[in-house]
Ligand binder design. Structure first.
Ligand SMILES: Cc1ncc(C[n+]2csc(CCOP(=O)(O)OP(=O)(O)O)c2C)c(N)n1
Ligand SMILES: [Mg+2]
Length: 619
């Protein structure tokens, strides 16, 4: 008779022990799947999860952070840098600590990035009802503040009995490691249940090695896609984040090199090809290169690889030629079906070589290939012009991007998320290394930048991590500077201070609005205006180093000092809020009022309607 082996542990101890048994195989090496756990304790998790993490601290490090949203951003950035193969967990106390992580859960959800969120929850027994920080829904006692995670979790469970782990954890692992469903998993942990013991079967704690499941394409869909491509004369490839997550860089290179296909990169896809690859036309869409967008307006076929085809990639659907056919290679059918595309569901690394083989004998029109090469050369020149120091009093974002790009080494990484910088970076940053461009532009969450930079550094300690951040995002969430200093995870922060929400101010003007409530000078303030923030002094107060510079030359010198520093280093400079790179780009659908007493709004509305008509052709 088979002996039943059990281990008497608390639910929290069992969860942590299970986590330490999860491994991942990457390039033949077996590594822990969970690198560690970010934790901010409170009454909701200190005695249960906290005690369990202490017991496991030698195999699963616990990192103390300063803001729950920030720590979850760091965990998400860590997973993205590892192409979703390695990840972290985050635990927070019941109530505010946990709801602070909801925005980060949304970041992970939109970007399809794995993170294990472990919020404490109110007592399952309800004996102290209402416990401190319980929100108390009058009509429904099953609702707690953690229900906020449900719409932004790919898998949610509330562990109300210790033995529920046995059936919940395999599902949690399935979602965290599945290429299609991948996203945040939330296990809400009532504080009393964390501490309850159960005789767990020991098989729960056996080592489990996770491997990436690769879905081969369906033969019929493949044949249909090949027929469509063969009928095309003017093809364009869009490379999205899926190319990275599939590890299909070489396969993409082979396809586009062999058939001379021009490639536009999305924010998540940037780095799929090095910037100087002959087929890399640059970024695509609202913040796209002039080269790529011109091709997009004139192409007869779009081969979208691993992209969600969000509005920024498609110019809100008004950019690409209405007669262009779209083939969407995607591991998930949800994305493959968008934009009336011909779906080709499958893993890019398996699918692209089948296209290479199936297209034998076909080639795009010669004039299309020439046009692409010309446009590319012109665009590279425009990039050079935009990023060159003009020596004006206030540098532009583009000039700062140029200086940071020149300072960055082969394996270094730039991190950004929101503001005017993502557009300038997507257009202008020259990515040499596939993981060298880390942009959170699925949720474009202000406050991701600095915390995300910490996670990137933890994933790639040998790389210099340059976080480019606006004054607005810096002020929104900067607490993880202190964490980076504490953990010895050095970042270089470049703060572009244009004294306000520059990109929204420009958007407001584009929509016919007056300067209102975006730039500090346009806001309600005390007499004399808003105080000038000293970002360098602020960072120094958090334990980092910092300095303010006045122009691009000084920035270049400061970046060298920053590179030589062994702790986080902040360089701040005043920048121009109004000047952005004119070349490239396309319309973005931001709704303009139908009626307004302002003539500027009426004019903006007329422009808006013209674009809406173009968009209609692609709906
Ligand atoms: C959490 C969050 N709140 C609001 C926004 C909307 N938003 C996008 S960019 C931006 C202003 C960013 O200001 P700053 O970081 O100074 O960059 P700048 O636009 O000046 O380049 C705002 C408010 C957002 N993306 N995220
Ligand atoms: Mg700003």
């Amino acid at each position: 008779m088979k002996m039943s082996h059990t281990l008497r542990l608390t639910m929290a101890q069992a969860l942590v022990k299970f986590m330490t048994a999860q491994k991942v195989e990457i390039d033949g090496a077996i590594l822990p799947l969970f690198d560690g756990v970010f934790a901010i304790f409170g009454h909701g998790n200190v005695a249960g999860v906290g005690e369990a993490l202490y017991q496991a601290r030698d195999v699963l490090p616990t990192y103390r952070a300063h803001n729950e949203q920030g720590m979850a951003h760091a965990a998400i950035a860590f997973a993205k840098t590892h192409n979703r193969r390695r990840m972290m967990a985050c635990t927070a106390s019941a109530g505010p600590g946990s709801t602070n992580m909801v925005t980060a859960a949304a970041v992970a959800h939109v970007n399809r990035l794995p993170v294990l969120l472990l919020p404490g929850d109110t007592f399952a027994t309800r004996q102290p009802d209402p416990v401190l920080q319980q929100v108390e829904v009058f009509s429904d006692h099953t609702i707690t503040s953690n229900d906020c995670f449900k719409p932004v979790s790919r898998f949610f469970d509330r562990i109300t009995r210790p033995e529920q782990l046995l059936t919940s954890l395999p599902q949690a692992m399935r979602v965290l490691t599945d290429p299609v469903e991948c996203g945040p998993v939330t296990l809400a942990l009532p504080q009393d249940v964390q501490t309850m013991a159960y005789d767990y079967p020991t098989h729960l704690f056996e080592e489990k090695v996770h491997r990436l499941r690769r879905q081969a394409p369906d033969e019929v869909e493949l044949a249909e896609a090949i027929e469509l491509i063969k009928a095309a004369k003017k093809p364009l490839v869009i490379a999205g984040g899926g190319v990275h997550y599939s590890g299909a860089l070489q396969e993409l290179d082979q396809l586009v090199s062999q058939y001379q296909l021009p490639v536009g990169e999305t924010q998540a896809g940037k780095g799929a090809l090095p910037w100087d690859h002959a087929q890399n036309m640059g970024s695509i869409g609202v913040t796209g290169a002039a080269s790529t967008n011109a091709l997009s307006a004139d192409c007869d076929l779009i081969l979208a690889v691993g992209t969600r085809l969000g509005d920024f990639a498609t110019g809100s659907r008004a950019m690409y030629h209405p007669d262009a056919r779209i083939i969407s290679i995607n591991v998930g059918s949800f994305d493959a079906y968008k934009h009336k595309a011909q779906p080709l569901v499958g893993d890019a690394k398996l699918t692209l070589p089948k296209l290479v083989a199936g297209l034998e004998g076909w080639q795009p029109e010669g004039s299309w290939v020439e046009k692409a090469a010309e446009l590319r050369a012109r665009w590279l020149h425009a990039q050079d012009v935009a990023t060159t120091d003009r020596g004006t009093e206030l540098p532009t974002d583009a000039e700062v991007v140029g200086a940071v790009n020149r300072a960055a080494g082969e394996q270094d990484i730039v991190v950004c998320a929101a503001g005017g910088l993502p557009g300038e970076l997507q257009k202008l940053w020259r990515t040499r290394y596939d993981k060298g461009y880390h942009m959170e532009y699925g949720y474009s969450c202000m406050g991701y930048e600095i915390a995300g930079g910490l996670g990137v550094k933890m994933a790639k300690p040998e790389s210099e991590v340059f976080v480019m951040v606006g004054d607005g995002s810096y002020l929104m969430l900067n607490s993880e500077i202190a964490t980076s200093v504490m953990l010895g995870q050095k970042m270089i922060l470049v703060v572009l201070d244009n004294r306000g929400y520059g990109c929204i101010h420009r958007l407001q003007q584009f929509c016919g609005g007056p300067g209102f409530n975006n730039m500090l000078d346009d806001c309600l303030t005390v007499e004399g205006g808003a105080p000038k923030t000293d970002f360098a002094a602020h960072a120094i107060a958090l334990g980092a180093r910092g300095e303010k510079v006045g122009n691009i030359k000084e920035l270049e010198a400061a970046l060298e000092r920053a590179k030589a520093s062994d702790i986080t280093y902040v360089v701040t400079l005043d920048t121009d809020a109004l000047v952005v790179t004119e070349e490239g780009g396309s319309w973005w659908d931001v709704a303009v009022p139908e009626v307004s007493p302002r003539s500027q709004v009426q004019e903006a509305r007329a422009r808006y309607e013209a674009y809406k008509a173009r968009q209609l052709q692609n709906l």
